[in-house]
Design a protein. Structure first.
Lengths: 430, 256
C-alpha cells in the first residue's frame, strides 16, 4: 500500500518494478524520481495550488493494480467509435477495438516493440515548473495510449479512450501520447468514468505534439465517481500552422484538477480551449490553463464556463504569456461562472503576461447569479421556478457544448446536463 | 374579474401606489394613462407578482381569489399575462423552447397532457402569422438582437399562444414606429373577445386610435383620479393633465 501523502512511500512502492526499458527512458525516469522527491506533492502553500487542497484524498492509502480481473461486464456498451479501454490503469485488450488501427497503440506495447518512436517525443512537452504529480507520472507511468500518425495521415473516425475506475482505493498513472506529424488530422475522446462510491486517485498526463499544419481535437470528459480524484495534465506542443482544440468537460467527481498547457512554438498555430464545469454536492474542480505564445502570428481562444450548485467549488486559472518576439498575437480568454447556491464558490484568476507590443489580447471574467429579470420574465409566462432556473442555466452552459463538433457527443453531454438541471422541460435542441 | 381596492404598494421600500381602485370585467378594454412616475408600470408589475413590489394595504381580487397569495407563475397559469414594457433578452433559450415550456407548464397546471410536438408547431405557426413574425424568429434566442418592434410583436405572439383571461399591456406602444404599431394593434384586436379583458397602459393617446378602449383612467400620484370613456383620452391629448381636478401641473409632465 502507498501512504499517499508520503513521497517516499510512492518511491518505495514502485521500487523493483523497473523493467528493461531503453536507456533514454530510464534516465528520464530517474530524473523525474529525483525531482519528485525534491518538490514533493503540492500543498496549499504552492501558489498554483492555493485554492485546491489535496489533504483529504492524500490521507488515503492506495494500491496500484498489477493484474486485471475480468472487467468486460463493467464496460459501457460499445459506442460508435473505435475504442481503447483501460480499467484501473490497465489495458482491457478484449474491449480495445481501436488497437487494430494503424498508428494506434499503447505505451507498454510501444515501449516493448518500437521504443525509438518515443525517443524524441516522451516528456518533451513537460516543463520543469509543473507539479510533483507530473514528475510522479513521468517516473512511474507504465500504461496509456499512444497515437502516432505520419505525415498527411488522417484518422477519419474519432478514437474513444475509456478509463474506468472500478476498484476502491486504487491509484493509477496513465501516460498518453498523441503525435500528429505534418498535415495529419485526428480526434481523440478521453472519457474518465468512475463507479460511484469508489475512492481513487488517477494521475494522468497526455502529451500532444502537433506537427506543421496538423489538426488535433482532444476531448477530456470527466464523469467521475463522487469520491474520485483525478489529477491530469494535457501538455501541448504546436508547430507551424497547427491547430489544436481541447474540450474539457467536468460533470462530476470529488476533485478534478487539470493543468492544460499549450506551447505555440511555430508561427500561424492556433489553440482553442473550451471548458465546462458543472459542480454539485461537494465537488471541487480546478482548471489550470496556460497558453504560451512563444512566436509571432499565433492565435488562441479560450472559453470556460462554470455552473456551481450546492457546496461545490471551482478554480479557474487562465495564464496567457506572450513572449517578446510573439508579435501579431491574437489571444482571447473568457471565463464565466454561474453560482446557483449561496454555498458555492468560484475562484477565477486571469493572468496575462505580455512582453510584445503589437498584440491583441482580450479577456473577461464574470461571477454571478441567475438574472432576476430573466427569471421573472419566464415565470410570468407560467414556467415554474425550478424549470425557469434550469432553462437559464442550461442556456448558460450550453454555449460551451455548442462548440463540440462531434454530434453524438454534443447531444449526449447536453442530455446529461439537461438531466442534471431539468425536471421534464424539453429544451435540448434537436 | 379583477377587483383592486384601495391598493397601496411600495417598490423596494418607496411608496408608489397610494390608494388605487379599479374594476375590470370580462370583455372590457381599459386604458390607463398618466404622466411619468404616476405608477403605471408598478401596477402592471404588482399584478404580475414581481419580487420587490410589496403591497402594504388594500386588496387585489382576481376571479374571486386573493391574487396576492399566488406566485408569479401561478398567476400566469390562472390566466394573467403581462406584455413587458422592456421585454427581456434571454440568450441561449429559443423563443420556441420558452413557449413550449410555458404552454406545457400551463397545461400541467390545469391537469392537461403535454401538447404533442406536431400540435405545438401548428399552433405557433398560426399565431406567428397573426403578428407577421417569420419562422426564423421562433428559432432565435428570446428577444436577443430583436429590434424594438420585433420585441413587442414577440410579446403579442406570446399572449396569443398563452391565451390569457386578463392581459396587461405595459407601454406596448413605446419604441414602435407606425407600421409596427399597426401590426401590434391588429394582433391585439384579433385577441379581443367577450371572455378576455385587457388593460392597456400607455403614455400616449395614439395607441388608442388603434386599440379602442371601453374605459379610460387617469393615473396620477399612485391613484386613479379620473375615469371616462375613450373621449377622455382625446381630451388629455389636447389639454394635458393640468385641467383635471385635484391635479396641478407641479411635478407632472404634460403628455405630448
Amino acid at each position: 500500500m502507498i501512504s499517499a501523502n508520503n513521497v517516499q512511500s510512492w518511491v518505495d512502492h514502485h521500487r523493483g518494478t523497473e523493467s528493461s526499458e531503453p536507456e533514454w527512458l530510464a534516465k528520464k525516469r530517474q530524473a523525474a524520481i529525483q525531482s519528485f522527491t525534491e518538490v514533493g506533492l503540492p500543498t496549499l502553500r504552492n501558489e498554483d495550488w492555493r485554492y485546491t487542497s489535496l489533504r483529504k484524498v492524500l490521507n488515503n492509502e492506495f494500491s496500484i493494480e498489477t493484474k486485471l480481473e475480468a472487467a468486460e461486464a463493467a464496460v459501457p456498451a460499445t459506442g460508435e467509435f473505435p475504442r481503447i479501454v483501460f480499467v484501473n490503469g490497465l489495458l482491457l485488450e478484449s474491449a480495445s477495438t481501436a488497437l487494430s488501427l494503424d498508428g494506434v497503440s499503447t505505451l507498454s506495447e510501444t515501449l516493448a516493440e518500437n521504443p525509438m518512436q518515443l525517443t524524441e517525443v516522451f516528456g518533451t512537452t513537460v516543463k520543469d515548473s509543473l507539479h510533483g504529480f507530473v514528475e510522479l507520472n513521468t517516473a512511474y507511468a507504465k500504461e496509456g495510449y499512444v497515437i502516432s500518425i505520419g505525415k498527411n495521415a488522417v484518422l477519419d473516425q474519432p478514437i474513444e479512450v475509456l478509463y474506468l475506475s472500478l476498484g476502491d482505493k486504487i491509484a493509477s498513472h496513465a501516460r498518453n501520447i498523441i503525435n500528429a506529424e505534418a498535415n495529419s488530422q485526428l480526434t481523440v475522446v478521453e472519457r474518465h468514468l468512475g463507479a460511484n462510491g469508489n475512492t481513487y486517485l488517477n494521475n494522468s498526463v497526455t502529451e500532444i505534439i502537433a506537427g506543421d499544419n496538423a489538426h488535433v481535437s482532444h476531448y477530456k470528459i470527466h464523469q467521475e465517481s463522487d469520491n474520485g480524484t483525478h489529477i491530469g495534465g494535457v501538455l501541448i506542443n504546436q508547430a507551424n500552422g497547427s491547430n489544436v482544440t481541447n474540450h474539457n468537460v467536468s460533470l462530476s467527481g470529488a476533485l478534478v484538477r487539470n493543468d492544460i498547457v499549450a506551447n505555440l512554438n511555430g508561427q500561424g498555430a492556433h489553440t482553442e480551449m473550451n471548458g465546462l464545469v458543472f459542480g454539485s454536492g461537494e465537488s471541487h474542480v480546478d482548471n489550470f490553463t496556460e497558453v504560451n505564445h512563444h512566436v509571432a502570428n499565433c492565435t488562441s481562444d479560450e472559453y470556460y464556463k462554470t455552473v456551481l450548485d450546492d457546496n461545490s467549488r471551482s478554480v479557474f486559472r487562465g495564464r496567457i504569456v506572450v513572449a517578446e518576439d510573439a508579435q501579431q498575437t491574437n489571444a482571447d480568454q473568457q471565463n464565466n461562472n454561474l453560482l446557483l447556491s449561496k454555498n458555492a464558490e468560484a475562484d477565477c484568476k486571469p493572468q496575462l503576461e505580455i512582453y510584445a507590443d503589437d498584440v491583441k489580447c482580450s479577456h473577461g471574467a464574470t461571477v454571478g447569479q441567475l438574472d432576476e429579470s430573466s427569471m421573472f420574465y419566464l415565470k410570468s409566462r407560467g414556467i415554474n421556478h425550478e424549470d425557469a432556473r434550469a432553462l437559464l442555466t442550461f442556456a448558460f452552459a450550453n454555449e460551451v457544448l455548442e462548440r463540440i463538433s462531434i454530434q453524438s457527443i454534443k447531444e449526449e453531454l447536453m442530455t446529461q446536463l439537461a438531466g442534471e438541471l431539468l425536471s421534464g422541460v424539453d429544451s435540448v435542441p434537436k | 374579474m379583477l377587483v383592486i381596492k384601495d391598493l397601496h404598494a411600495s417598490v423596494f421600500g418607496t411608496p408608489i401606489l397610494k390608494g388605487l381602485t379599479l374594476e375590470v370585467n370580462p370583455g372590457e378594454v381599459h386604458a390607463i394613462m398618466g404622466p411619468n412616475g404616476a405608477g403605471k408600470s408598478t401596477l402592471s408589475n404588482v399584478v404580475a407578482g414581481r419580487e420587490g413590489y410589496e403591497i402594504t394595504s388594500g386588496s387585489i381580487e382576481y376571479l374571486g381569489k386573493d391574487l396576492t397569495e399566488l406566485e408569479t407563475e401561478e398567476r400566469a397559469c390562472e390566466g394573467i399575462f403581462l406584455a413587458f414594457q422592456y421585454p427581456v433578452e434571454i440568450p441561449g433559450v429559443s423563443n420556441m423552447a420558452m413557449l413550449k415550456a410555458a404552454v406545457n407548464s400551463m397545461r400541467k397546471y390545469r391537469g392537461q397532457d403535454e401538447m404533442t410536438a406536431g400540435d405545438f408547431l401548428k399552433l405557433i405557426k398560426e399565431k406567428a402569422a397573426l403578428v407577421e413574425m417569420k419562422q426564423e424568429f421562433l428559432k432565435r434566442s428570446v428577444n436577443e438582437g430583436f429590434s424594438g418592434g420585433e420585441k413587442k410583436r414577440n410579446e403579442i405572439l406570446q399572449m396569443a399562444m398563452l391565451e390569457p383571461k386578463l392581459a396587461f399591456l405595459d407601454e406596448t406602444d413605446s419604441g414602435l414606429d407606425i407600421d409596427a404599431l399597426k401590426i401590434v394593434s391588429s394582433g391585439v384586436n384579433a385577441l379581443r373577445s367577450p371572455d378576455r379583458a385587457m388593460v392597456v397602459v400607455t403614455h400616449y393617446q395614439r395607441l388608442l386610435d388603434h386599440i379602442v378602449p371601453d374605459f379610460v383612467h387617469v393615473l396620477a400620484d399612485g391613484k386613479i383620479v379620473k375615469s371616462g370613456d375613450k373621449s377622455l383620452a382625446l381630451e388629455l391629448e389636447e389639454k394635458g393633465y393640468g385641467w383635471i381636478d385635484g391635479l396641478n401641473d407641479e411635478g407632472i409632465a404634460e403628455a405630448s
